[in-house]
Design a protein around this ligand. Structure first.
Ligand SMILES: NC(=O)CC(=O)C(=O)O
Length: 299
């Protein structure tokens, strides 16, 4: 079996406390990314909407323009801040997500940017599955009132380590994205995500463990810290599951950085012990990674 993860790496999830002040959020994120790097992290993750409060009312006013790439600093201060943080900390940085406005189509997206240790943009993922739910008496949320969906599977190669799949929050509820990425060789599935105090206790950990056990890879979920005064109260509990679906680390509700060591051996051992990876019956059902899969944004 080829090594999915070429060498051990420390992963950091920054459960950031963000507020209404974007430039403060960016400076605060920088401090946390640098301190995660000082603790030995090689890959650092920020939460969904790390530079703004989360909610349909906020997306338009916080949206930045990313295309054509690279944007100017005034079009996207967050792009430039993330690139600089990755370079200064010398880490692979999965920059949570930010609200994006495509000025040509006038469409808004929930978009994740990933940068390499030289500050170069490695990947862009626009949330594919929008968070439209209605649980009477608990929560109604309709991202599609403002946002448009992305249309591709995102797998990024970190040359030192291997491939990582990136998707955003509600995307975790759709196992196809995870299966495709794992079968294409990702060693980890990373989801910046902001579940809430209704969906969090129901499904956050369960979904992390489910995607891990289905695919025998590491799964990381990175949430904003809970703000009790916000209109949307994030669940917190950023966590990492190993390829056997054991939760290796889990944050509480407040601001916190969790760090964990990932190793290729763990993936190999789990696949050797429970070899479902080689036991699939593609003569009985189709392999979703072999059908028509889009890896590039439709333009
Ligand atoms: N932010 C989200 O997409 C929230 C979500 O997916 C949930 O189930 O809660």
């Amino acid at each position: 079996m080829s090594k999915l993860l070429k060498k051990p790496v420390k992963l950091a999830l920054i459960q950031l406390a963000s507020g209404a002040d974007k430039s403060h959020n960016l400076t605060h994120a920088r401090d946390k990314v640098l301190s995660a790097a000082q603790s030995g992290a090689g890959i650092v993750v920020l939460p969904e909407c790390f530079n703004s409060p989360y909610g349909c009312d906020y997306f338009p006013s916080y949206a930045e323009t990313l295309l054509p790439s690279p944007p100017t600093p005034s079009q996207s201060p967050s792009f430039h801040a993330l690139s600089a943080m990755a370079k200064e900390a010398h880490v692979y940085l999965i920059g949570g997500s930010i609200p994006e406005l495509d000025t040509e189509t006038k469409k808004y997206y929930n978009t994740s940017l990933t940068f390499g240790p030289s500050g170069d943009l490695l990947a862009t993922h626009r949330k594919v599955h929008l968070f439209d739910i209605d649980i009477p008496g608990k929560i109604t949320f309709k991202e599609s009132e403002v946002l448009s969906p992305g249309n591709k599977v995102t797998i990024v190669e970190f040359p030192e380590y291997g491939k990582v799949a990136i998707a955003i929050c509600y995307d975790i509820r759709f196992p196809e994205l995870a299966m495709i990425a794992a079968r294409k060789g990702a060693f980890a599935l990373v989801y910046p995500g902001a579940f809430n105090t209704t969906t969090g206790p129901m499904h956050w950990k369960l979904l992390g463990q489910a995607r891990a056990v289905d695919n025998q890879v590491y799964v990381a979920l990175c949430s904003p810290a809970r703000d009790e005064d916000a209109s949307y109260r994030a669940w917190g509990h950023s966590l990492v599951c190993d390829p056997l679906a054991e939760v290796l680390v889990e944050a509480g509700e407040r601001e916190e950085t969790v760090l964990v060591d990932l190793s290729g051996e763990k993936i190999e051992e789990s696949r050797k012990g429970i070899p479902v990876y080689g036991q699939r019956r593609f003569d009985v059902y189709p392999d979703v990674s072999k059908g028509e899969v889009r890896f590039e944004d439709e333009v």
